[in-house]
Design a protein around this ligand. Structure first.
Ligand code: NDP
Length: 329
């Protein structure tokens, strides 16, 4: 390989612009393992980087916070040519050139050996969204949540974190309710495990009301803002919400009332700097008990590098369903 293709974002007249460019390995940012990327996945954060120019510490940047592929060269003897590996988050696609590239150099301390039970393709259908869904569920369970406890709400259900959470929770026996802004996706959401689907307006707190009727024992919340407000006001006694996202805003107005009268917990979820030891355990669960049954068939759409710029623009408009992966092989 003397040269290869990558999506590059650069600032032109102060604005981020995407183009497919030919690069050489000398142009890649520092990393002790060179990887032939087989698949990458498209996350909301990638769109914020590529379309809006947010999070990138410098330009030009190759975005793509997730990648999976085969080791080509490695300075670290823990990784050998031919090993299958995946990497998500850390500073991939923000400080270091990322996964929207046929080749990537990644620091070995950010690499996870592909767990048995997952293909490279499956690992990228999951990607950061699947990892975050699994981490959220793991945290809820560590706090005591069990399938018999009651109904679990998944907000933003047609998106990446949402779709995978619906399917995972349903597979392991939870009664899942889904909220979405895309009511045309009701059948899809039921097919991946939702028992009931409601419109996202029904879980948006426009009145800043801290206490409402109890509806769910737990919730997965990739939305933030007024959706988080609504969930906090509607959790059952002893309930929990795992918040990971901000597509609906960052400001949350609540009071101490649901916390001190309903004994609820608000759990934060970060996948970016989540420590490696725990990270490998979550990937092991993603390959076994939390591997979603509808992963490859219903949740995934495969695209080429050339189709990527349009997909990145659509994700910011909330126009995509499930998970999009880029195939480089
Ligand atoms: P997606 O774009 O795949 O899904 C987001 C979904 O949110 C959409 O499909 C839509 O679902 C819903 N939505 C979109 N716009 C709005 C809006 N204005 N108000 C309410 N709902 C909206 O994104 P991801 O699943 O990849 O990521 C979701 C969020 O989680 C992002 O904020 C992302 O940055 C964050 N995240 C955080 C991580 C962490 O480490 N903390 C890791 C991974 C993701 P619907 O129409 O069904 O409601």
């Amino acid at each position: 390989m003397s040269s290869f293709k990558a999506l590059v974002v650069d600032k032109v007249d102060g604005n981020p612009e995407m183009s497919i460019q030919t690069l050489t390995t000398d142009q890649l940012t520092a990393g002790d393992v060179l990887i032939k990327v087989h698949y990458s996945s498209v996350n909301y954060k990638d769109a914020m980087i590529a379309v809006n120019g947010q999070f990138a510490e410098k330009f030009p940047m190759v975005p793509g916070i997730d990648l999976a592929g085969e080791v080509v060269e490695s300075v670290n003897e823990d990784f050998q040519p031919g090993d299958q590996v995946l990497a998500t988050s850390y500073y991939i696609g923000t400080r270091n050139f990322g996964g929207f590239s046929e080749y990537a150099k990644i620091p070995s301390e950010w690499l996870v050996p592909l767990p048995q039970g997952l293909t490279l393709r499956e690992s990228m259908i999951l990607g950061t969204a699947g990892f975050t869904a699994a981490l959220s569920i793991d945290k809820l369970e560590q706090n005591g949540l069990r399938p018999d406890d009651g109904k679990v709400l998944v907000a933003g259900a047609s998106g990446g974190v949402g779709s995978i959470s619906v399917n995972m929770l349903s597979d392991i026996g939870y009664h899942v309710e889904a909220s979405t802004g895309h009511m045309e996706e009701v059948q899809y959401l039921k097919s991946i495990g939702a028992k009931r689907v409601i419109h996202r307006d029904e879980v948006t707190d426009e009145e800043d009301k801290p206490i409402r009727k109890r509806q769910w024992i737990a919730a997965i919340d990739p939305i933030g803002g007024k959706t988080t407000q609504y969930i906090l006001s509607s959790l059952d006694y002893g309930g929990y919400v795992a918040t990971c996202g901000l597509v609906g805003g960052v400001e949350v107005k609540t009071t101490v009332l649901p916390f001190i009268s309903r004994n609820i917990q608000w759990i934060g979820v970060d996948s970016v700097k989540f420590p490696m030891e725990g990270r490998k355990k979550i990937w092991d669960r993603l390959a076994t008990d939390l591997k979603p049954s509808k992963l490859s068939r219903d949740i995934a759409t495969e695209i080429t590098l050339n189709e990527l710029p349009d997909t990145l623009k659509e994700i910011l408009k909330g126009q995509i369903r499930g998970r999009f992966i880029v195939n480089f092989i």
